[in-house]
Ligand binder design. Sequence first.
Ligand SMILES: Cc1ncc(COP(=O)(O)O)c(C=O)c1O
Length: 397
Amino acid sequence: MTAPLLYLDHAATSWPKEPRVVEAMARALVEPGVAPDRGGGAAGRAAARAVAVARERVAALLAVDGPERVTFTLNATDALNLALKGALRAGDEVVTSTIEHNSVARPLARLEAEGGVVVRRVAADRFGRLAAADVLAAVTPRTRLVALSHASNVTGLRHPIAAIGAALRTQPIGRRPWLLVDVAQSAGYRPLDEVSSVADLLAGAGHKGPGGPLGTGFLWTREGVALRPQREGGTGSRSEEPLQPNDWPGALEAGSPNVPGIVALAVAIEARLAGGGLAAIAAIAAARTAATHEFLARLRELDAVERFGPDDAPSREPLFPLRVRGYAVAEAAALLESEFAIVQRAGLHCNPGTHRVLGTAPDGTLRLSFGHAPGAAEMERAVEALRELSRAAPSSG
Ligand SMILES: Cc1ncc(COP(=O)(O)O)c(C=O)c1O
């Protein structure tokens, strides 16, 4: 009998989605079933209300005021493109790091090559750690934006965003760069109040930690932060105006939105926040930190498994870049799936910069990533699979 699937690729997208999320998405195709404020009468108004509720839920998850400043996007990549391309103009400088996901690194590389933007990339150490002082030292009077991830999608390590943001906020308004934080690996898994209180832009994925469907993401923009829209067209209002109106919410959205996805995301976030708002998220974070601690301890028992990144559980999310000695990365990944029914992800994880500093480029690593409630049984199964795999390693005898 084949073992049931063990899904350890939550860093890519969380799975399975809760039944109530699936049901909400299916129901929204029928009721309201239409786009907000674009005809449909009562149904169109109901769609607008449902989207407004979803903005409130995202704002609660991010611990920000002003749900009208939440823009719905396709995913975190879309939110980051909007933030970077909407904020930066020729002659601007942007400070980022050498270890960002391609959804930050590639738009910046294009803006650098074609848009006259100067990109300053701060180096991380060989564990993938960024120092706040190095980031701050790269800021100049021409810096329009500081763009960093909150937690790495390769090591799970959280960067010192609160310290960076607090230092930036001591600069006079008008000269202070905006702080864009990619919260794709932390939103829904950890309270974000310390980050959101110092950030100007937060970009995240609805389909990862928040537990929403694929096709959902969001960008929160602090009031006063002006971005050029990256999509223009119908907004359902003031249609006589030649330029897209700067009306919030929706100033950065155009076209019929993904109502089924947005409604289902709202239901997913409600489930995450149930029973205590940010306290519920704090409980998820505590469980994930305990799991990180436990899993790192179990991995240390396995001599043939190489770990990368710092062994410092409190500063990490439970995602683990690994190699099994005696196997090529792709081979170990294929065996974990075919022989042990463990779904994980091998390679560079859209983040070659981090693998370069870890010394794991160009092949990358395996990555096992846990969800919002990592269980002892799933950790045990993963450890046993790695143990068996290393015992059977072609070059181990
Ligand atoms: C840190 C980080 N940023 C951005 C993204 C892009 O997210 P999405 O798949 O929602 O576009 C990911 C996805 O893995 C990520 O881990």
